[in-house]
Design a protein around this ligand. Structure first.
Ligand code: ZN
Ligand code: ZN
Length: 271
């Protein structure tokens, strides 16, 4: 039987404030579900590092992932990862964080604009200029790419799921075409993997981030690497919807997705 091999490079354990399960339990569950490779990528919000105790979270995260990786050798391939959010807001702190441990993969993401709350906590967009907010968000992604000390560019349309939750419509990505092109080009030039994040499928928006047209555009603009992640916060959800992410990647012309060891990329075949 030619069974499809599942790799999931974006998951959260209990060492993320919104995580639910220990790394060991997640590893065991994922191994039982025949997942080939999983990266545990707990949250680290650089601009809230001390205030929200990420300094402590990431220490237990790295320890638990390292232990799980050892004890599940031969059963499942575990990558030591971190989801580093807003790193370029405080670049010297971000460098310190990622140099402290031997990560296999660093995800770069943006969850909040400068000195604002994570979009996750927003109660409304009333009185907010959504277009200006999105332009600011994409500008920050561009700046984060210019900083560049990470491998995977995460969920580039993250605020869309909250605009949908609170306003009830899917924001039109074409309004930001020039900016998105600029960021996709930079992502390609810097050899970062564009993430196909399937986490949105568990939200009312029910869409991956980004959509397939954006993945296709990235390929047209010279993009060579995509990575896939469920963004699961539960053991049983590791690998969920990854087969769909492969379909998106294949339809956009990719024959493999990225995988990492010691922050060096290699190809993981999906055909
Ligand atoms: Zn994220
Ligand atoms: Zn995440």
């Amino acid at each position: 039987m030619n069974e499809i091999r599942i790799i999931d490079l974006h998951t959260h354990t209990k060492n993320s404030p919104d995580g639910n399960h220990e790394a060991a339990f997640m590893a065991e569950t994922a191994a039982n579900n025949n997942i080939h490779t999983v990266a545990f990528t707990d949250h680290c919000e650089v601009d809230y590092f001390y205030k929200d105790s990420y300094d402590k979270y990431i220490e237990s995260s790295y320890k638990d992932i390292s232990e799980a990786s050892e004890s599940f050798k031969g059963k499942i391939n575990i990558l030591k990862g971190i989801e580093l959010a807003q790193p370029h807001y405080i670049p010297e702190l971000a460098e310190k964080i990622i140099n402290k441990h031997n990560y296999d993969v660093v995800i770069g993401s943006i969850h909040n604009l400068r000195e604002q709350e994570d979009f996750y906590y927003w109660k409304s967009f009333d009185g907010i200029d959504i277009e200006a907010t999105m332009n600011e968000y994409f500008d920050e992604l561009i700046q984060m790419l210019q900083w560049g000390n990470f491998e995977i560019l995460a969920h580039i349309t993250y605020p869309f799921r909250y605009i949908y939750n609170l306003c009830g419509y899917i924001e039109d990505i074409n309004k930001y075409k020039n900016k998105i092109d600029e960021l996709l080009k930079l992502c390609a030039e810097k050899d970062k993997a564009l993430e196909i994040n399937m986490g949105g499928l568990k939200y009312p928006i029910n869409k991956p981030s980004p959509d397939i047209d954006t993945v296709k555009r990235y390929k047209e603009l010279g993009g060579k690497l995509v990575s896939v992640g469920s963004d699961s916060h539960y053991a049983e959800r590791v690998g969920v919807n990854i087969a769909k992410a492969y379909e998106i990647a294949r339809e956009a012309g990719f024959k493999s997705v990225a995988t990492y060891k010691d922050r060096k990329v290699s190809e993981f075949a999906i055909v």
